[in-house]
Design a protein around this ligand. Sequence first.
Ligand SMILES: NC(=O)c1ccc[n+]([C@@H]2O[C@H](COP(=O)([O-])OP(=O)(O)OC[C@H]3O[C@@H](n4cnc5c(N)ncnc54)[C@H](OP(=O)(O)O)[C@@H]3O)[C@@H](O)[C@H]2O)c1
Length: 295
Amino acid sequence: MNIVILGGTGFIGRNLVNMLSSEEYSVKVPTRNREKNKKFLVYPGLQLVQCNIHNQDELVSVTRDCDILINLVGILNERGFKGKGFEAVHSNLARTILYVCKVNNIRRVLHMSALNANSSGPSFYLRTKGDAESYMHTYGERFTNITTFRPSVVFGKGDGLINRFSNLINFIPFYFPLACANTKFSPIYVRDLSYFIINCIDNVDSYQKRYNLCGPKVYTLQEIVELVIHFKKRKTKVIPLTDNLSKLQAYTMQLLPGKPFSIDNYNSCKIDSIGNSDYDFYTELESVIPGFIER
Ligand SMILES: NC(=O)c1ccc[n+]([C@@H]2O[C@H](COP(=O)([O-])OP(=O)(O)OC[C@H]3O[C@@H](n4cnc5c(N)ncnc54)[C@H](OP(=O)(O)O)[C@@H]3O)[C@@H](O)[C@H]2O)c1
């Protein structure tokens, strides 16, 4: 079976590719920059293809012999401020994906969304993720078998959560001002999530389903950062910011290169990323962080 993984070079994609390479699949990963991602070629049989996936013709060509398409493309921040970037990467890409599935008769699609994704959510991120998901299921279910994954925040080696705070603490070692400190998350381990996705590939019961996926424990953002500090063996003190100061921090930091924190992130944090998980996962942050955190 031929699998194409869009966004396969990212954090979750790397884990998935790693696990899939031991299975009997032929995996193709389109990327915007083949040169930068050449390390992927260590996986036997993996094809890494330079491609603009937003271009219908290019994506049709790259997915011509594809049986299963996995979409992991997503962004937490856009270049501008008006939501156009989110729209392009989330909702418009969903349309392009369904178009190529129809043209190439691809009968299996696994789509990565996010917990709280909703067309009327509080942020561009959640709204465009919600639009993408609705579109996938409303139109896609007519001609392909779709499964959508809606995880809370995902952790593991190379993630954007633990590693981001670990790096920030290196720069701000004494008093750490934390925005949205009370927002709650149910972090899910990337390997658990990847196993779940792989097990869904052939599972007919997962067709046309959307799964809310949460880890075994709920933590506030402050508790997560304090765990990072604990495992880094630092004495950094977390200073939770008020709502107004959190917003001010977001306004300021979104002007920095790479937008380490933005108003859109702040808006996403207005709702807790927790809920009833449709599957039980057991790996806790505490058991995994020590294995990959940089001290
Ligand atoms: N990580 C989490 O905590 C978490 C939680 C909930 C949901 N999710 C969702 O899970 C998916 C994967 O997350 P991740 O953490 O693995 O993301 P990631 O590390 O940022 O990787 C995303 C991948 O998407 C591709 N991509 C990014 N912007 C693109 C663009 N403008 N055009 C085309 N391709 C683009 C990139 O591939 P190339 O650079 O090779 O082109 C990149 O490897 C996303 O949809 C995300 O929203 C993640």
